[in-house]
Design a protein around this ligand. Structure first.
Ligand code: GLU
Length: 167
């Protein structure tokens, strides 16, 4: 288990997210990532390795926004890799999830979601959350809080999550 950090306010989110993740570094991690929303559009940056490497990536390709989430990952399901790093997107790249912990029933949920047409980009347990929330967002017409609550009714395990959506 590692770290989650979120920011919403009147300033740019990325410096807060990076600083927050640095303060959680002592917990150990294998990869790191952040996501922001600016002008209704989602932006993601992530990498395997140290937060220093994430900072370099963010300097080369900055992302902006006054709302964001960040994550340091300690892989439990799926090897440390770029595609397995958090945040994890839904099919339409409209929402992202960061997660600490384990979704115990992720395999059966994954099979069901694929059967319903969802496209998975990673081999993590976490990504089922992105797609479950995506489905509930469609049913609940963009009410993120409600959608997250309903999605979590379907999972078993131990988890802390943060979710942001363009909606
Ligand atoms: N189970 C998730 C993964 O392997 C989250 C691990 C964590 O707590 O960092 O990506």
């Amino acid at each position: 288990m590692c770290g989650i950090f979120g920011y919403t306010g009147a300033k740019e989110a990325v410096p807060f997210l990076v600083e927050g993740l640095k303060r959680l570094e002592y917990r150990g991690y294998d990869s790191a990532g952040v996501a922001t929303i600016e002008k209704g559009k989602l932006f993601v940056s992530k990498c395997v390795g140290k937060i220093l490497e994430l900072e370099t990536a963010l300097q080369q390709k900055p992302i902006k926004g006054m709302l964001g989430i960040g994550h340091t990952r300690w892989a439990t399901h799926g090897q440390p890799s770029h595609k397995n790093s958090h945040p994890h997107e839904d099919c339409k790249s409209e929402l992202v999830v960061v997660h600490n912990g384990i979704i115990e029933n992720y395999l059966e949920l994954r099979v069901e979601l694929i059967r319903r047409g969802h496209l998975f980009k990673s081999s993590t347990d976490t990504e089922v959350l992105s797609h479950l929330i995506e489905e509930q967002m469609q049913k609940k017409q963009g009410d993120l809080t409600h959608a997250v609550r309903l999605a979590l009714h379907q999972v078993r395990g131990s988890y802390a999550i943060a979710v942001i959506s363009e909606h």
